[in-house]
Design a protein around this ligand. Sequence first.
Ligand code: NAD
Length: 479
Amino acid sequence: MDLHQNLIGGEWTSGPDASENINPSNTDDVVGRYTRADAEQTRQAIAAAKAASYSWARSNPMQRHNILQAAANEIMARSKELGDLLAREEGKTLAEGIGEAGRAAQIFSFFAGEALRLAGEKLPSIRPGVEIEITREPMGVIGLITPWNFPIAIPAWKIAPALCYGNTVVMKPADLVPGCAWAIADILKRAGLPDGVFNLVMGRGSVVGEAILDSRDVDAVSFTGSVGTGKHVAMKCAENMRKVQLEMGGKNPLVVLDDANLGIAVDCAVNGAFFSTGQRCTASSRLIVQEGIHDKFVDACIEKLKSLVVDDARKDGTHIGPVVDQKQLDTDMNYIEIGRTEDNAKLAWGGERLNRGTPGFYLQPALFTETTNDMRINREEIFGPVATVIRVKDYDEALATANDTPFGLSSGICTSSLKYASDFKRNAEAGMVMVNLPTAGVDPHVPFGGRKGSSYGPREQGRYAAEFYTTVKTSYLLP
Ligand code: NAD
């Protein structure tokens, strides 16, 4: 089987080690072999990015546009194939995989346009004859560290703005899913990106990630992953006074009020909590339900869950694929056990390990009812197909419960009341608010990010991405 190599200074290069990329729907299926860099090879990639930095920062914006647009076009043209690779390496369904590949293409396309739209400001000075100009410049070398759950969209939403604004990149994808990141590297190389502008270093967080954090030649780090790793990344960046952006976990509430449309509320809850196997930072893991609709809502959710097929991610008719690996499955099962032992909490549906035609990490989605917001299953991110129902008496209690969490990524409400919808939009302590929509599922051209323990630093995506990927300069001129 061919070895997929790292891309360093425009050359495909092997590291000292390699890993097998395993299909979570069928652990007998090896998706591919991928090299793993060590610290020395990571330093070479950083040196290549630094060497390419001066000329790329001064490159013609039309050149940047053309390369990003060519990448967008190829990703879109190959979205079925890339979506299949994604479903095979991560375990998301084929439809979700193809959708995510399409989203990556849209993001590249958006930033292709942005490359031509970078504007500054000119202001009069308070001193006679002096002109002031405010411009945005690239940061320099950006280290990108990404998680496994969106193997193509998250790399895209970091790589595209980094390149658009004239930065060079050293990217480390999650060790579990190198395939999609390797495909993007290959596409960018063939799209005509100059050598060294984008470097791919696959491998372990403790080796490659640490080498990126330790380097004085990396000017900014954009990280998406767990809170624990994020805190470590932030501390290391603070030591070097380096700009950092962190996107981390969630424990996202979906409030369902008595006046909600029951069908919409159930669709939002089941989609938001369980699709993509619940492995989304924006998953609706806490369903906060008003007492008048509570029983009908729970019954309808269970009916819906009974109809969902958990099976091989790439099989026709599958709604929910496997959990990503044994470690995440163990975490999910452990939390299901914790939930079972909480006083009063009831496992109303699912939570069992499932056997299918192939050896894979299959888990029946689990729904807990009669839970309270202080239980561990309501405070800690599980990151699997496990959701809870919390019964509340009115809107005020629902809002307070929704906000009573260390996280603040996405927050949703299902209601037909304009008054409650408006109040929730204003008072939900989250970076993103959804009304009559699942907490997961966002547009590619608008800011993405959260508050509290979910995010740190400037927002990602849309025009707001410029806040992180550029630095502002104020120039004074007396002609
Ligand atoms: P993780 O923290 O285990 O790993 C994330 C990345 O950090 C990986 O590439 C990993 O190899 C790397 N890493 C690990 N140790 C490192 C170290 N010492 N130094 C540098 N890098 C290191 O997270 P994960 O399990 O891959 O992803 C799941 C988490 O990501 C969940 O908490 C989820 O909520 C979060 N997530 C957040 C968002 C968001 O935008 N808020 C999006 C997707 C996923």
